[in-house]
Design a protein around this ligand. Structure first.
Ligand code: ATP
Length: 232
């Protein structure tokens, strides 16, 4: 029997953030971005998805996919909202976000997906495989990144897709004809990159506080990013 004042529980789809990257290695810029997006977008969970073979990082010296996944796991340990996903490690060939989005939306049709990406990466979205389809499968949360000048969202969109969007009233969002949104979220800026961290390791400099302590230890123990050309 329903008591006076008792509310019926309203079930809503699980809101799941997807944070893809090479995570070579994961650093505080990634972690803080995920935390702020989780809070602002009221996400139930965020999956960190290391790319086994990142299409846009050819020429970068990569730690192995397993090492990058291990570092993600160490970095997020203890945060109940964060999970590491090995979904792209099980696939052969290049790791394309469209394949991951398709797989997740088929396996978990009740999830509402929020793809998290920095402005630098979003500015290149026209080079991603089947980029127009991405917007039919997930919301996008584009986070600010120091060094990437703030550009009106619509200018970041590839010209060919602009007709598929309109502005939301708040001016910080675009709405795709599928109903998915592209949201610009300013976040606390950490001018940190994995490239700079790899350079520091190679030069024997400290990376303390740029990555979680457990990740710093893992890099030292496994002697990652040390050798010649390791930092490129
Ligand atoms: P690299 O220096 O090797 O190119 P990276 O530091 O850019 O790496 P990635 O793993 O390529 O890290 O980034 C994954 C995602 O995280 C991208 O969408 C990127 O824009 C975003 N990102 C990375 N660093 C930051 C940061 N400091 N602040 C906000 N977003 C970031």
């Amino acid at each position: 029997m329903k008591r006076v004042g008792q509310r019926k529980a309203v079930s809503r789809p699980l809101r799941v953030g997807l944070f893809g990257g090479s995570f070579n290695p994961i650093h505080i810029g990634h972690l803080r971005a995920a935390e702020e997006v989780r809070e602002a977008q009221q996400l139930d969970r965020i999956l960190f998805i290391p790319a086994a073979s990142p299409p846009h990082k050819r020429g970068h010296r990569l730690a192995t996919a397993q090492q990058r996944l291990d570092m993600v796991r160490l970095a997020i340990a203890g945060n109940p909202f964060f999970r590491a996903s090995d979904i792209e490690l099980g696939r052969a060939g290049r790791s394309y976000s469209i394949d991951t989005l398709r797989e997740l939306s088929q396996r978990f049709p009740h999830w509402q997906l929020y793809f998290i990406v920095g402005t630098d990466a979003f500015a290149e979205i026209h080079t991603w495989k089947e980029f127009e389809c991405l917007f039919t499968l997930a919301h996008f949360v584009v986070v600010s990144r120091p060094g990437s000048p703030p550009v009106p969202l619509q200018r970041l969109l590839p010209v060919v897709t602009r007709r598929a969007f309109w502005y939301a009233a708040n001016g910080l969002e675009l709405i795709h004809r599928s109903g998915h949104r592209v949201i610009f979220q300013p976040i606390t800026g950490f001018d940190v990159s994995a490239t700079a961290i790899r350079h520091k390791v190679k030069d024997g400099a400290s990376i303390r506080y740029l990555v979680p302590a457990a990740v710093e230890r893992y890099i030292a123990q496994h002697q990652i990013y040390r050798g010649r050309s390791a930092a490129s």
